[in-house]
Design a protein around this ligand. Structure first.
Ligand SMILES: *Cc1c(COP(=O)(O)O)cnc(C)c1O
Length: 442
């Protein structure tokens, strides 16, 4: 095992000043044992720690780094924007460009409000849905994470699961009682909730492809069902696409699955690695926001020029057409980035399944585009209860085996992995060979 001397010293120092030594709980290695390494720098699909160890990175800063780290175009626009001022608190042209880009790319978004994190986006979308419908109840699903706002921090996925608190302390029961938590992929549970709460449910909020308890997919027809039942009951459908937005397709999961939600939450990729969030959707709903309507939402740094510049560069790069010769129709579906991500994802899936089979280790490898999760269980994984069957000791062993081979996976069995356009077929090949090796030793 490579040296971790400097990382360990930094972690000891961090523990003195930062609770648990980290500024977001998922970064510690509690679920896998050991201590986190400290990043020195990152470029493309690689990250280097302060002890000089190099890793192929499948965490990709938990999703945002879809173009890999330190993309030259993003670095250039951020430098240029910083030279003009880091924050104005006055409308700036980049906000308009970003909003126009988002509305053009995400099919259901007619108007959008920019904020500073995915948490803010989801919290604000819920408030907006409640204000618009004049109802209090919301429905969320077991294992879905929508940020750490009070009413959404109920049965909320990896961070909470890893540390054994399904719910957070400090959330008054009076707030949590307005949140109905149901199992994912279970239509009957949703029907029963609507039957029991006539005219009470403001919205369903859902990760269309849940990626915060590993990764599982919606069963065929399930998202269509959620669309229908919300509409029939005067409730809004909110897609939390903070993770899936601009990752599963240029227009996110809603484009991939052909569903039109009323509101969409965004974050991660639209910041190009800087802090950002956004929520948008139907114009009549969005116009309930202040200063037009009665639902208050605000932010000193919202629409920050550095974040806008980075995010615009990321979206433009992701949607760069393959070649000028292509016709306009094929341009969006066949652009370089998404077909590349799909191909790399398929290579990893095939390789991982073969490796597990050869080693006779029960692995459920779930994948959607460039998102993936390897569960150490024999059965299919369609919801949180299935995900929880994943063997934690086997994952621990797998995680450390891969880390020793220079491959960094998220340090929890309940996290999705991410592939970037900077990963190469050779990187995936090396990853699969390492996995075959590690699994053989199980
Ligand atoms: C990451 C994430 C959030 C929270 O975003 P932050 O920027 O970390 O606040 C919300 N929803 C989903 C689906 C996420 O993956």
């Amino acid at each position: 095992m490579s040296s971790q001397t400097r990382s360990n010293a930094l972690f000891a120092e961090a523990l003195k000043y930062i609770p648990g030594g980290v500024n977001s709980p998922v970064r510690v290695f509690r679920a896998v044992g050991g201590q986190p390494f400290f990043a020195q720098r990152a470029e493309g699909a690689r990250v280097w720690d302060v002890d000089g160890n190099e890793y192929i990175d499948y965490v990709c800063t938990w999703g945002p780094a879809i173009l890999g780290h330190a993309h030259p175009k993003i670095i250039a626009v951020v430098k240029a924007a910083a030279g003009r001022g880091t924050s104005f608190g006055i409308p700036n042209p980049l906000e308009v460009k970003m909003a126009r880009l988002i509305c053009g790319l995400v099919p259901s978004i007619q108007k959008v409000r920019l904020c500073n994190s995915g948490t803010e986006a989801c919290m604000s979308a819920i408030r907006l849905a409640r204000g618009f419908t004049r109802r209090d109840q919301i429905v969320k699903f077991d294992g879905c994470y929508h940020g750490h706002a009070d009413s959404l921090l109920v049965k909320a996925g990896s961070g909470a699961l890893t540390f054994g608190h399904p719910d957070s302390a400090g959330v008054p029961a009076d707030f949590a009682k307005h949140t109905i938590v149901l199992p994912f992929n279970d239509a009957d549970a949703v029907k029963a909730a609507f039957a029991a709460n006539k005219n009470g449910i403001a919205a369903i909020i859902v990760e269309p492809v849940p990626g915060n308890a590993g990764l599982y997919l919606p069963k065929p027809g399930y998202l269509e069902f959620l669309r229908e039942i919300t509409k029939a009951n005067g409730a809004l459908l909110i897609f939390d696409e903070v993770m899936t937005g601009f990752r599963l397709a240029p227009g996110g999961a809603q484009e991939r699955f052909g569903i039109s939600p009323d509101l969409t939450c965004l974050g991660k990729i639209i910041g190009g690695g800087l802090p950002v969030g956004a929520f948008g959707g139907r114009a009549d709903v969005m116009d309930c926001l202040a200063p037009v309507g009665p639902v208050y939402q605000a932010g000193t740094l919202s629409g920050n020029p550095l974040a806008m510049a980075a995010g615009i560069a990321a979206l433009e790069e992701l949607n760069r057409p393959k070649s000028k010769l292509q016709g306009p129709k094929s341009k969006r579906a066949m652009n370089d980035a998404y077909s590349r991500l799909e191909k790399l994802g398929a290579q990893l899936e095939t390789g991982m399944r073969d490796a597990a089979k050869a080693a006779h280790v029960p692995v459920r490898f779930n994948r959607c585009g460039s998102m993936f999760c390897a569960y150490f269980t024999a059965g299919p994984v369609w919801n949180l209860a299935d995900a929880m069957k994943s063997d934690r000791d086997r994952f621990k062993q797998f995680f450390h085996g891969m880390l020793a081979a220079g491959i960094y996976l998220a340090p929890s069995p309940f996290e999705a992995g991410f592939i970037s356009t900077a990963h190469t077929a050779a990187d995936i090949g090396r990853t699969v060979r390492a996995a075959a090796d590690v699994l053989r030793r199980h």
